[in-house]
Write a protein that binds this ligand. Structure first.
Ligand code: C2E
Ligand code: CA
Ligand code: CA
Length: 778
């Protein structure tokens, strides 16, 4: 029972009832006994009854009065008590709201406005003044205080709440409110509809909570979840026992596995099985000790294909330091590895032929030396240089040259064993390393050198042309010719130069003396360069005599080098050098010019019609500007073109015949005479000769020399002369020293004679004297 309720309040009614009953009883009695009661008695009785009633009434009223004041006291106390209760619960509510960080707000339907409590103002970091009081019209509130992105939504939520029929249905909404500090903050609103009562108007009451922090945290979490999900790296999360807990999209894209395929599995299922068990052991050791590992491993996709990946594993630990999760992130590095391999290949290989390049050769050679040294074996380094390759490049263009080089690379590879190395150093230089040549190196290497020569000599058909890429080969053998890669390469190179100077298209083993020769060569090359510019060159002239008339019909210009300290250097010594180094070009130009000038001088001295033969080297023959140069000289000295004869050797004419024939034809078109020098020493292909626009053949000295003693040579001379004549060519016999040789050659019908028998090559003044001694033509 409620202790505040006043106990005597209902008894008042009993007292009032008793008085009324007494009065009624007295009245009834008086009426009933009116016959007995007389006027006095009656009066007395009535007065008594009234008195009793009055007394009773007074008593009752007194009692009532006493009771009423007690009730008033009780009511007062009760009110006090309720006030206190209200205050306490209000304080409790306030405290609870403070602790919850909650504020109160309401919406009044009648005035269509929002009202707020102090807490709400505090949460919004604003005060009543700034808010224009505790109450704001709904439109103004939404416009001023609600973030524009959420205004419409808040309106809608309030609207739904007002329409709600279910009593106390709670609505929730999140809005960003613009706070007094200029920031927008997220608030969670919870509210319900309150119908009108006598005391309050209809509206909404609600609570508000600042959830900005939580909202941001949630945003961060969402962001992190997205980062995980959409990361370009595949990510797999495993638990402490390394069972897969979660994967992201990239994981699925990369491996083909969905989460259902792998959940609870060990990531080992991805392995391609290429990493040795030892590797995994180190990996787990690193994870345990350093908290992570990264490296390259090979995995297998769901479809079975393998790929290399770069994997980073890190661990997550709980507060006690115990590992709770492993996070593996990885990318497919196939592309990167391919690119690396490409770069590696580019760095180590020649782009044109795909052969190892100089750098790579050096490494391989060094490795090979280490292993043959260990096994006390030998190896050979062959240095190959293609003869006259530059000319092909210059005249037919680089694309043709490139194709020739590719063909050479293929042929070289086809000659050697798998374990041997074929490399290209650049240009037309190749190196073959024979890594196992047993204990009879010279024989094995010679056989290989011959095989290579033979293989490369077979014509290469490029663009319908037969091209030749004959090699000059220098060979150095480990350990006798060098103990390291550099020395072997250098000595093989020296031997190669030696092969070049021996007339190309041959192979030479390195000999220590070659280094001296090489040094001399370097010295000679330097001084030859100076000689060409410095006036140390001169021409000697050897007469050519008509076999029938005995008259001088021409001279051959032969270059001499009057060296300042060495004296007269024979052409056999410096012409090959000039060819190798390219100096033949300026040298050849000098000779042509000097010979033409001499021809002009002779003409002015009355020796018109004398022919001047000039030697052309193979290299000059492919020089672009040769024809122009000859033409200029003929014009400058006003020479009869037929008075100039150009001698080319048979082998020079045969080398890359297509090019040569073209140039020879152009020279022939100028009217210049052409002769084949040293005929019989080369291919001696008469069929081929038919193609050349030549007038003369010069029978080589070697046949003439032994004509009297060697029956074969005599036959060769005889046959050559007959065949030449059948082709309409004149024959010049070279090196005729004896009368017997002269007689026999005359007998064979040889047209012209050149040799010591008549004259050695003569300096200019001696030639003039020689010519002057001639009986006059008349
Ligand atoms: P080659 O064109 O065959 O020149 C003929 C060589 O035979 C000359 O030697 C000459 O002195 C020599 N000779 C001539 N008659 C006789 C003889 O009866 N007996 C002997 N034993 N030798 C005789 P040389 O002057 O030493 O020239 C050697 C080679 O040098 C020439 O051979 C030629 O290939 C080259 N040469 C000379 N001058 C030039 C030049 O201006 N340009 C080019 N490219 N090569 C040249
Ligand atoms: Ca000659
Ligand atoms: Ca000759």
């Amino acid at each position: 029972m409620d202790p505040g309720r006043p106990a005597g309040v209902n008894r008042t009614n009993l007292y009032v009832l008793a008085i009324v009953v007494a009065l009624v009883a007295a009245g009834v009695f008086a009426v009933a006994r009116s016959d007995v009661l007389t006027g006095w008695t009656l009066q007395m009785t009535l007065i008594s009854a009234v008195m009793i009633a009055l007394l009773a009434t007074v008593w009752v009223l007194r009692r009532r009065l006493r009771d009423t004041s007690a009730v008033a006291g009780l009511v007062h106390r009760s009110l006090q008590y309720h006030d206190e209760r209200l205050r306490v619960s209000e304080a409790q509510l306030g405290e609870a709201m403070d602790m919850a960080g909650m504020a109160y707000w309401e919406y009044d339907v009648a005035t269509s406005s929002f009202g707020f409590d102090d807490r709400m103002l505090a949460l919004m970091k604003t005060n009543a003044e700034q808010m224009a009081g505790y109450c704001l019209a709904a439109d103004e509130f939404i416009e001023r205080m609600v973030h524009p992105d959420e205004g419409a939504k808040l309106r809608e939520d309030i609207g739904r709440c007002l329409l709600a029929v279910a009593p106390k249905q709670i609505f929730a909404s999140e809005v960003r409110l613009r706070c007094g500090d200029g920031q927008s903050r997220w608030f969670a609103l919870r509210f319900h509809y309150v119908p009108a009562t006598d005391a309050i108007a209809a509206g909404i009451m609600g609570a508000a909570l600042d959830v900005d922090e939580a909202h941001r945290a949630e945003d961060r979490l969402r962001l992190l979840a997205n980062v995980f999900e959409f990361s370009g790296e595949a990510i797999v999360v495993t638990d402490a026992d390394n069972r897969i807990v979660s994967i992201n999209r990239s994981f699925t894209r990369l491996t083909g596995y969905e989460i259902d395929d792998v959940r609870g599995q060990n990531p080992r299922i991805l392995s391609a099985g290429r990493m040795p068990a030892r590797g995994y052991a180190t990996m787990w050791q690193d994870i345990a000790e350093k908290g992570g590992w990264e490296g390259e491993i090979w995995d297998r996709r769901k479809d079975g294909s393998c790929y290399p990946k770069w994997l980073t594993i890190s661990t997550l630990k709980d507060s006690a330091g115990k590992i709770t999760h492993h996070i593996g992130s990885f990318t497919d590095i196939s592309e990167r590895k391919l690119a690396e391999e490409r770069i590696y290949h580019l760095a180590h290989h020649d782009t044109l032929t795909g052969l190892p390049n100089r750098f790579s050769l050096h490494n391989r050679l060094t490795q090979a030396i280490v292993s043959v040294r260990r096994e006390s074996r030998s190896l050979a380094v062959m240095f190959l240089d293609l003869d006259h390759f530059k000319a092909i490049n210059d005249t037919l263009g680089h694309p043709v040259g490139d194709r020739l080089l590719i063909e050479v690379a293929l042929r070289l590879k086809s000659c050697v064993r798998e374990s041997d190395v074929v490399a290209r150093l650049g240009g037309d230089e190749f190196v073959v390393v024979m890594t196992d040549i047993g204990d009879a190196p010279i024989g094995v290497v010679s056989a290989m050198a011959s095989k290579i020569q033979q293989r490369l000599t077979e014509p290469c058909v490029i663009d319908g042309r037969d091209l030749h890429a004959t090699p000059s080969i220098g060979i150095a053998v480990f350990p006798s010719d060098g103990a390291d890669a550099d020395t072997l390469m250098k000595n093989a190179d020296v031997a190669m130069y030696h092969a070049k100077s021996r007339g190309r298209h041959n192979y030479q083993f390195f000999a220590a003396s070659m280094n001296e020769a090489a040094a001399e060569r370097v010295e000679l090359e330097g001084s030859l360069r100076q000689a060409i510019d410095g006036g140390e060159l001169l021409l000697h002239y050897q007469p050519q005599i008509d076999a029938v008339s005995g008259r001088v019909v021409g001279v051959e210009a032969l270059v001499r080098w009057q060296h300042s300290s060495r004296g007269m250097v024979p052409p056999a010594k410096f012409i090959p050098l000039a060819e190798e180094t390219g100096l033949i070009e300026p040298l050849g130009r000098w000779v042509l010019n000097a010979a033409c000038r001499q021809l002009w001088t002779l003409g002015r001295q009355g020796r018109q019609g004398l022919r001047m033969a000039v030697n052309l080297s193979a290299r000059q023959l492919r020089e672009e500007k040769l024809v122009d140069h000859v033409q200029e000289l003929l014009a400058a000295y006003r020479l009869e073109p037929g008075d100039l004869e150009l001698e080319i050797t048979e082998s020079a004419a045969m080398e890359n015949a297509d090019i040569t024939i073209g140039i020879l034809r152009r020279l022939r078109d100028l009217g210049v005479a052409l002769a084949i020098d040293d005929f019989g020493t080369g291919y001696s292909s008469l069929a081929y000769l038919k193609l050349l626009p030549i007038q003369r053949l010069k029978l080589d000295r070697s046949f003439v020399r032994d004509i009297e003693t060697d029956h074969n040579d005599a036959i060769i001379c005889s046959a050559t002369i007959a065949l030449a004549h059948s082709l309409g060519l004149e024959v010049v016999a070279e090196g005729v020293e004896t009368e017997a040789q002269l007689t026999y050659l005359k007998y064979l019908g040889c047209d012209l004679i050149q040799g010591y028998y008549y004259s050695k090559p003569l300096p200019e003044d001696a030639l003039i004297e020689f010519l002057a001694r001639e009986p006059s033509a008349s």
